[in-house]
Design a binder for this molecule. Structure first.
Ligand SMILES: Nc1ncnc2c1ncn2[C@@H]1O[C@H](COP(=O)(O)OP(=O)(O)OP(=O)(O)O)[C@@H](O)[C@H]1O
Ligand SMILES: [Mg+2]
Length: 269
């Protein structure tokens, strides 16, 4: 089987600043995520999670290394193309929902389709369908201020899936939610994962991390561990666990130890 990885990071490094002021936020990361995988990225504060998310989300470029998003080498793209590919291929979910105030749930969900120049009628149908998937079709005319935090986050999930992206990328999606709303959003992620969606979620919360199928732990800009957490729950789209890519910890055969030694070889830290 020759399935194209959704994410392929090769020798990624990210340094902020220069000289004595340099911060090596990502020292060396190789990571491959296949279509249909549900991956959580965890790690202590400052370990490089958001930096990695910004690179994966094409919001920032790496200092070194190569990133293929759904087979496209994003380094070769200018800003215009990059924002185009970001809109088409990635659905973002943030901690703060990012709803447009005084604008209905439906219009909020339609927005990415406006950018994609989808005609109004189709836009409406797809947005209602997405709201239906998150269980909020009846609330479509409500303003964000008339929705609970958990409901707003579900609208944000609808907005993220309405373009049918190859990747759902969530940064602390439950960080602002109470335990009931957290459970709702996690149930929703389970459903989306079961439907074959590729999900990468960055989180501090063990409860969130343990729901994913694969857990990547970062420390000091390196991947500390990478393991399958729920091997029985993979979908048909996932490459079988015995595939060569998974040998040695999940990233095209390069073990965590090897990544650490490569990081050392990259130069002084
Ligand atoms: N724009 C920036 N300029 C300089 N240093 C930065 C910048 N962004 C992040 N850093 C540094 O890079 C390192 C990694 O930061 P990052 O935000 O990726 O961590 P994180 O794992 O997301 O942490 P948290 O869990 O607190 O969100 C930290 O030492 C941080 O101070
Ligand atoms: Mg962060």
């Amino acid at each position: 089987m020759n399935v194209r990885p959704t994410i392929r990071l090769e020798g990624i490094r990210k340094t902020y600043g220069e000289g004595d002021m340099a911060v090596h936020a990502i020292r060396h990361v190789d990571l491959t995520v296949m279509p249909g995988e549900y991956v959580a990225i965890m790690g202590a504060s400052g370990s490089g999670k958001s930096t990695l998310m910004n690179i994966v989300g094409c919001l920032d470029g790496p200092t070194a290394g190569r990133y293929l998003l759904d087979g496209v080498d994003v380094r070769r793209l200018d800003d215009n193309r990059l924002s185009g590919i970001r809109n088409r291929k990635i659905g973002f979910i943030f901690q703060s929902y990012n709803m447009i105030p005084r604008t209905s749930a439906l219009s909020n969900v339609e927005l990415p389709l406006v950018y994609a120049r989808v005609p109004a009628k189709e836009r409406r149908e797809r947005a209602i369908d997405a709201l239906d998937k998150v269980g909020l079709a009846q609330r479509r005319n409500h303003m964000p201020s008339e929705l609970s935090g958990g409901q707003q986050q579900r609208v944000a999930v609808a907005r993220a899936i309405v373009t049918n992206p190859v990747l759902l990328l969530a940064d602390e999606p439950t960080g602002a939610l109470d335990s009931k709303s957290t459970a709702d959003v996690l149930d929703l992620f389970d459903e989306l994962s079961a439907a074959g969606r590729t999900i990468v979620v960055i989180t501090h919360e063990d409860e969130v991390g343990s729901r994913a199928q694969r857990l990547v732990v970062m420390r000091d800009g390196l991947i500390l561990s990478d393991s399958q957490t729920r091997p029985g729950s993979t979908t048909a789209l996932v490459v079988p666990a015995q595939a060569p890519e998974r040998a040695g910890g999940g990233r095209h055969g390069i073990s965590v130890e090897e990544q650490h030694s490569r990081a050392a070889a990259d130069g002084p830290i």
